[in-house]
Write a protein that binds this ligand. Sequence first.
Ligand SMILES: [Zn+2]
Ligand SMILES: [Zn+2]
Length: 208
Amino acid sequence: MRLLRQLELGFRDTDIPSVVAGAGDPGAAVGPESFRAVFSKHQDVDLEEKARELLRTNGACRIAMEIRVEWNARLKTCAGRADYCGKLISLNPRLCDHGATEVDRTLRHEIAHLLAHFRTGHRRILPHGVEWRQACQDLEIGDEKRCHTLPFPISERVQRYLYKCPNCQRDFPRVRRLRRAVACLTCCRAHNGGEFDARFRLRLVSIR
Ligand SMILES: [Zn+2]
Ligand SMILES: [Zn+2]
């Protein structure tokens, strides 16, 4: 089974690995916690219908018939996942904190993975290579970044490391020390078109 994670922790093939992280909102953890307690995994027929339609209009009728979309609370840090063999898209319930726009964008990001695979057949492709990029364009998210990171509070584990955005001062609690350059998504979006910007690189302020 091939799993394509939406959250790549940096670029494997560049000198300066970087990730853009979302802004931490401690208050946001309340809703999805209760949501997750009730639904560890559940199908979403509305999103499935949307995925079906998008695949169909892009010529992937065969997978459109089989596609399933589920919310899966077992996804901890990645926003979404696409499994081509199982024709399954899994979404992180914590995405709901970020509104319908982020849910839609993540769904399209994952559909783009399936579409890219469908179009190339058995040929091996890079997860976020040209085929995926083309699929993103066809799905009207042409500006999608391969590193699309959202803030997911991980409440089950102790968040020992507290990082801060030097610009907006938002907190980014993390379970592990960040091994790569990570910047605040909100500020990168506001001032640098969503691209990584070292000016907004998170700074470690305390360790518990
Ligand atoms: Zn991806
Ligand atoms: Zn910021």
